[in-house]
Structures are given as C-alpha cells and as structure tokens.
Design a protein. Structure first.
Length: 273
C-alpha cells in the first residue's frame, strides 16, 4: 500500500505539472510561428524557426505595449500603496482598538465578501460615471484602491502575532496611536505587506474587465487590454496574441520567482501564535 500511495502521489504531481506547463508550451510555440505555420501545424508542434521574432515586434508596436506598461505601472503603484495604507490601518484599528459594534464591522466585511461583484457592476459604473472618471486612470485606481477582505484578514492575522506589550511600552514613553502604528507596527508587518502586494499586484496586473470597461481611449490601454487589439470580428491573430501573452507574463513570472518566499512567510506568519 505504501508503494501504491507513493506512485499515486507522483502520478498526481506529474498530472498537475502537465496541466500547468502544457498551455504555456503551446503559447510559447505559437509565438514563434508564422501565420501559415500556425494554421497548418498542431499546437504541440515546435516552430521551424526559433529566431522568428516578427510576432513579438508586431505585438510590441501594434499593441502599443510601452504605453500599456506605463499606464499599468501607474495604476499598480497607486492602488497597492492605497491598499497597504487602508488595509494596515483597518487591521490595526480592529485588532488593537476597542470600539462599539466591533463585531458588526467584522460581520459586514464578511457579508461584503459574500456579495458577487458582478451584481454591483451597474451601480458601480453609474457612480464612476457621475464622478466624471470614465476614460481616466483614476477610475481603475479608485476601484482597485479598495482593500479586499483577504488582505484585511492577512494583516489582522499577522498583527495578532505582534505582542501588545510593544504598544503599551511605547504609550508609557508618550507615543500616540499613530506614532505606534508608524514607528513600530508598520515596520514589523513587512512580510504581510509583501504578501498582499504580490497577491493583489498580480490580480491588478492581469485584470481585464475594469480597464476594458472604463479605459476606452487608445491612450489609456493597459497590458491586459493590449491583447484585445489583435482580436477582430472576422478572426484573430493568434500567433501575435501568443507573442503578446509571452511579453505580458514574463514580468509576473520573474517577480513571483524572486519574491515567492515572502508569500509563504506572510501567509503562515502568526499561524502558530
């Protein structure tokens, strides 16, 4: 039975690896194929010429990728900075302060997380439109700025592992609540902040619906909507879309590989308290 269990484990790992890697291999092969080669060969057939970069040139110029990266960077930096500020302040208030209806606030957070986002899209669009933010980067920034419940819970979980005696010692020295938050709590929460930045950063980076709905001007395209330029009503340039996809996913893969240890540290930190 031990050998059977071990074989089943390795088989599951191999199957999971294939599920993850095969789509990436198909996209990589398609990115180096010509239009004729893509139409006449199978998805797992390697390209004849690995030095064919025409699709990448077309994707970069035709998709206006430089502008897309610039707009995405602005949205990403401002949204993540706001998320960290709002999330850490909310977690500090919930964990450290005593105020009326504290449990009600936590319950409302949970209720908000259970409401499907698609059910509020009409009202959200009307509010953003009434503020005059359609076709402005601020529309996406404001919508991304709200801290999701997962981020708040990550911050709360990590903050519970920070001894409250540090707060009390700082109060004895005359420090106020905001000073304690800024000088003591915030530096100690770096692993949790890194976790939220990576998780939400990837989500914002890959988001398509909000930029496509609110940023309709060609000068406001982001990297996720750049791929849509090569999809038309009479067909799609799939080999160019594949090259564009490779350009888009490379930064996220590199950043994730470099910073993945912060994800594990931030999620598990405080779990054994």
């Amino acid at each position: 039975m031990r050998h059977v269990a071990r074989s089943a484990t390795y088989a599951a790992l191999v199957l999971a690896s294939l599920v993850v890697l095969v789509p990436l291999v198909v996209v990589l092969f398609a990115a180096f194929k010509t239009h004729t080669e893509y139409s006449t060969t199978g998805p797992l057939t390697p390209p004849r010429n690995w030095f064919n970069v025409d699709n990448f040139v077309t994707a970069w110029t035709g998709g206006n990728m430089l502008r897309g990266f610039f707009n995405t960077t602005i949205i990403l930096v401002v949204s993540l900075a706001g998320t960290v500020a709002v999330g850490t302040l909310s977690a500090y208030a919930i964990d450290r302060l005593v105020f009326p209806f504290k449990r009600v606030v936590l319950g409302l957070f949970l209720v908000a997380a259970l409401v499907p986002g698609v059910t509020t899209q009409v009202a959200t669009f009307q509010i953003v439109k009434s503020m005059g933010l359609v076709n402005s980067l601020w529309s996406a920034i404001i919508l991304f700025l709200g801290t999701d419940i997962v981020s708040i819970y990550i911050f709360i979980q990590f903050m519970q592992s920070i001894p409250k005696s540090l707060d009390q010692a700082a109060m004895l020295d005359g420090a106020g609540r905001f000073t304690i938050y800024r000088r003591i709590i915030l530096p100690l929460m770096k692993p949790a902040i890194a976790t939220v930045v990576i998780i939400k950063g990837i989500a914002v980076y890959n988001e398509f619906y909000i930029p496509f709905l609110y940023l309709r001007s060609p000068d406001l395209n982001v990297i996720s909507t750049a791929l849509f330029r090569f999809k038309g009503p009479y067909g799609a340039q799939w080999e160019t879309i594949a090259a564009c996809t490779i350009i888009v996913i490379l930064p996220t893969v590199v950043i994730f590989l470099l910073l993945q240890r912060f994800i594990y540290n931030g999620i598990t930190a405080g779990a054994t308290k």
